[in-house]
Design a protein around this ligand. Structure first.
Ligand code: UDP
Length: 488
């Protein structure tokens, strides 16, 4: 059930150093690595999580792992698994509870299930580990196996928790009560925000910001020619013009009024290159706030005639379309709720009047090729006038970082991870109440009408990501953290 993930990252530190606005960050990372790495000599680092694709953790690990290797710290990424579906239902419940949602009832059976899967995975990984190795457990799914391995082998154990909530409640207490014995076995825990650290870990926990890779398929700059070609290859626009690269093996599909997904044709083409586009791209998760965003967009459209606006604004509001995009739900193995959440959205879409169905594109992005999926996300973000992340809760929200880096006009909820990134009216706008559809409709209109404002936010947002949320800072923080705890 343990699988190694092979990483092929063609872009290395020299490539980043060649880019004028990245060179300084690479230079300072190399300098720090020279100072810190001797204390870690002879050790191997293991990164363990529960899915090789889908979501922010799987997004960050390949680059993190490859840069650590390149700098001289041998690092391997393995994914735990289980053919027991109840396990991922349980860990999804824990995930939701840590975000303050769901049923806090957790019983002995849940403990037994968690312990059994943890121990099966631990038994499998154990033979590959040496006592000097360092184990980093990402999120609660593999935490139990980490604790077991710590007990049996005594190796250093770090818990990198990417989720959290800035409030305490019965839900968070239930989840942390369940996980506490395992989390306490760790030598050190790392969170994305100070508010997320549970009391019992205070004193042995620190922070590392999540980060993006500026040259990845997801974030690299694209010439207009390349961008148009990707849109066509991905099936995101229909065009009669030929392009040299072949179409992607699996293309994006759009929801039809009958509730099924199908490739776009000339009639169902969204008009991405020409119309104002509002986009949210996330996993199909209730906490991502898709439903209130859809409702807000519907109200924006329905209210056009009632609004006191200029002809140009009216045309803009008339033309704007909403794209809600996410991974094909069967692809994300550790997220069993995705199908249900998507089914609810499909129901909401099917209830819309026909003219509004034209204005909303629910798009499923194939995950069979990670690179092609990333390119699809890249072009969708770059073609959007406004990128929304309306999350009720958020660990961090890499989708926000990605859009900020691309200088999009970003509207983000006040979920902790998002307000860490967007300074209101500086790098984008914060949504006061992500479940207030009228308020969000108003904000959408303001943002759509304010091109100079969006450009100003975009410039500031890109600088903020450059300074705080690029992969180089993250790798440096990892080296510092490991060094500080292991040099003895
Ligand atoms: N993502 C993707 N393809 C999709 C939908 C999302 O690659 O079809 C990526 C998205 O670009 C981002 C990550 O999944 O990099 C989501 O990370 P985030 O921190 O926003 O949320 P999480 O899923 O971890 O809760």
């Amino acid at each position: 059930m343990i699988e190694s993930v092979e990483i092929r990252e063609p872009v290395g530190l020299d490539d980043y150093a060649d880019v004028v606005h990245l060179a300084e960050a690479v230079r300072s990372l190399r300098e720090e690595a020279t100072r810190l790495l001797p204390a870690l000599r002879g050790r191997k680092l293991w990164m363990v999580n529960s899915t090789a694709q889908g979501g922010g953790v799987a997004e960050m690990l390949p680059k993190l792992v490859s840069l650590l290797n390149e700098l001289g710290l041998p690092t391997e990424w393995v994914v735990m698994g289980s053919d027991e579906p109840r396990f991922f239902h349980l860990t999804k419940q824990l995930h939701n509870l840590i975000h303050g949602a769901g049923d806090p009832g957790l019983g002995d059976e849940d403990q037994q299930l968690y312990a059994a899967v943890s121990s099966a995975n631990a038994a499998e990984l154990k033979s590959r580990l040496r006592p000097d190795d360092i184990l980093v457990i990402h999120d609660p799914q593999p935490l139990g196996m980490g604790a077991l391995l710590k007990r049996e082998l005594g190796l250093p154990l770090f818990f990198r928790c990417h989720i959290g909530l800035d409030e305490d409640g019965p839900e968070t207490r239930a989840a942390w009560g369940f996980l506490r014995p395992y989390a306490e076995a760790c030598d050190y825990a790392i969170f994305s925000a100070p508010e997320y650290i549970p009391d019992f870990l205070a004193g042995k926990a620190g922070l590392i910001n999540p980060a993006i890779d500026p040259l990845s398929f997801k974030n690299r700059e694209l010439t207009p020619h390349k961008l148009a070609g990707i849109l066509k290859n991905a099936g995101l626009v229909r065009s009669r013009h030929p392009v040299v690269p072949e179409d992607f093996e699996r293309q994006a599909t759009r929801l039809r009024p009958d509730g099924t997904f199908a490739p776009m044709n000339e009639e169902t083409d969204v008009g991405i290159l020409f119309r104002p586009i509002v986009t949210q791209i996330s996993r199909w998760d209730r906490l991502k706030g898709y439903a209130p965003l859809l409702e807000a967009f519907v109200r924006l459209k329905q209210g056009i005639l009632a609004r006191d606006v200029s002809d140009r604004q009216r045309r803009r509001l008339g033309q704007v379309r909403l794209v809600l995009a996410g991974p094909e739900p069967s692809a994300v193995t550790d997220d069993p709720e995705a199908q249900d959440v998507l089914a609810e959205l499909i129901e909401g879409y099917r209830r819309l009047p026909h003219w509004l169905q034209d204005e909303v594109a629910l798009v499923s992005l194939p995950m069979s090729s990670r690179d092609e999926n990333a390119l699809m996300v890249n072009v969708l973000q770059r073609c959007s006038s406004v990128v929304v992340q309306n999350s009720l809760r958020e660990g961090f929200g890499l989708t926000v970082t990605e859009a900020m880096w691309k200088q999009c006009g970003v509207l983000g909820s006040r979920a902790c991870g998002i307000r860490q990134q967007i300074r209101d009216d500086m790098d984008g706008r914060l949504i006061d109440d992500c479940e207030d559809a009228d308020g969000l409709a108003e904000l959408l209109q303001t943002a759509l009408d304010d091109l100079p404002g969006r450009m100003r936010w975009g410039h500031s947002a890109q600088r903020r990501v450059h300074d705080e949320f690029l992969i180089f800072t993250q790798v440096r923080r990892w080296l510092e953290t490991l060094h500080d705890h292991l040099r003895a």
